[in-house]
Design a protein around this ligand. Structure first.
Ligand SMILES: *Cc1c(COP(=O)(O)O)cnc(C)c1O
Length: 368
């Protein structure tokens, strides 16, 4: 056996890795370009200092106090009547999703999503030893609902992962579509991943409003995107309390550190201010879509804080060219497309300037 004696299906696999490069303009992992305000930083620091005095003890396993913040916040962000016992949280919604698969997937069970979709989903499925089935989105990245329902009915997945807005395309699912897919999933678990929910365009509802009608529905959110503190690592979901209770069986003991809780609770107290740049980021996103279309690119409609655009004969060359101008974006999604996260106005100007030069060079390459 070769060394190290890793599981056969993991041999030779590269770990998840968007390149982390120290360049001036970083528009590659959908972070919020605005850091927390000085007031939020001071409150977080004070909360962490208070927690530090208790670090000789394990924290409350059920994180009862922490559940209150997300519950109250969700009731201002598309949800209603969400109570703390309907909230589950973990170290990023990546961990939340893995726990869902550990609890509701597993050997002999299947998880399903529709590509192009979040690149981590098949990895969670693999890590939870769950079979992975992938359907496909239509050419405009919407879901063909009849085909989607048929696939769900025929494959009977235990977990269906529905990111809305979708990453990397930015496409949101209308509530009628989610409702219909929930019906098709039946007594198993549909998960609407709303990591980018706060960036939805006007008039696009959240799946939170469907919770009273679909007992098995899980809606997940994160503090990593609109809220900004990606570094705090806190993701959470809203679902029936029985679903939250079931996940307790697979969580590691004391999985949320006292420092994480203190940070997250303090950040949630500053929600209006941390979310204060969302309107600006949405406007910048819409301006970016318009500008890219004016340059002749194909651009997917986006309800998120990023934009997928193309088509490039050699997308890697364009990605590399932008990097040489100090602009890091993401080479992801279907071949021929690139994804840019929405940064500050200055960062977007740098992106547009660099892209203009790179495309000029690319077209000269074509002529020679
Ligand atoms: C960024 C992202 C998340 C959030 O990840 P965290 O672990 O909460 O930082 C979840 N789902 C999708 C589709 C994402 O793009």
């Amino acid at each position: 056996m070769s060394f190290p004696p890793i599981r056969e299906e993991l041999r030779g696999i590269e770990p998840y890795g968007a390149p982390q490069l120290d360049v001036p303009v970083q528009l590659n992992v959908n972070e919020n370009p605005y850091g927390p305000s000085p007031e939020a930083v001071a409150d977080i620091a004070a909360a962490v200092a208070a927690a530090a005095g208790t670090l000789n003890r394990y924290p409350d396993r059920e994180f009862t106090a922490l559940r209150e913040g997300p519950a109250a916040y969700l009731n201002t962000s598309g949800g209603s009547d969400i109570t703390p016992d309907m909230v589950w949280a973990a170290n990023g919604s990546n961990e939340v999703m893995l726990q869902i698969l550990q609890a509701f997937g597993g050997p002999g069970r299947t998880a399903l999503s529709f590509a192009p979709t979040y690149s981590m989903y098949p990895e969670y499925a693999r890590n939870a030893m769950t079979d992975w089935v992938v359907g496909h989105r239509a050419e405009d990245f919407s879901l063909d609902l009849d085909a989607a329902r048929e696939l769900i009915v025929s494959r009977k997945p235990s977990v269906v992962l529905l990111p809305s807005p979708n990453n990397p395309t930015g496409t949101a699912l209308p509530p009628e579509a989610i409702s219909m897919l929930c019906e098709a999933v039946g007594d198993r678990i549909p998960v609407v991943d709303e990591a980018y929910g706060e960036f939805r365009r006007e008039g696009v509802p959240s799946a939170l409003e469907l919770l009273p009608r679909h007992r098995n529905l899980v809606v997940s959110r994160t503090m990593s995107k609109a809220f900004a503190p990606a570094g705090a690592r806190l993701g959470y979901l809203a679902a029936d309390p029985a679903i939250c209770d079931a996940i307790r069986v697979v969580r590691l003991p004391y999985h949320l550190s006292a420092v994480t809780r203190a940070t997250a609770s303090a950040a949630l107290r500053h929600a209006p201010e941390l979310l204060g740049n969302v309107a600006e980021l949405r406007a910048e996103r819409d301006r970016t879509v318009v500008w890219l279309r004016e340059q002749g690119f194909e651009v997917a409609d986006s309800d998120a804080n990023f934009v997928l655009f193309g088509m490039f004969a050699d997308r890697h060359a364009v990605w590399q060219g932008l990097l040489e101008h100090g602009v890091l974006i993401r080479e992801t999604g279907p071949d021929g497309w690139l994804r840019v996260s929405i940064g500050t106005a200055d960062e977007m100007t740098a992106f547009k300037d660099a892209l203009t030069i790179v495309m000029k060079n690319e077209s000269m390459k074509d002529m020679t």
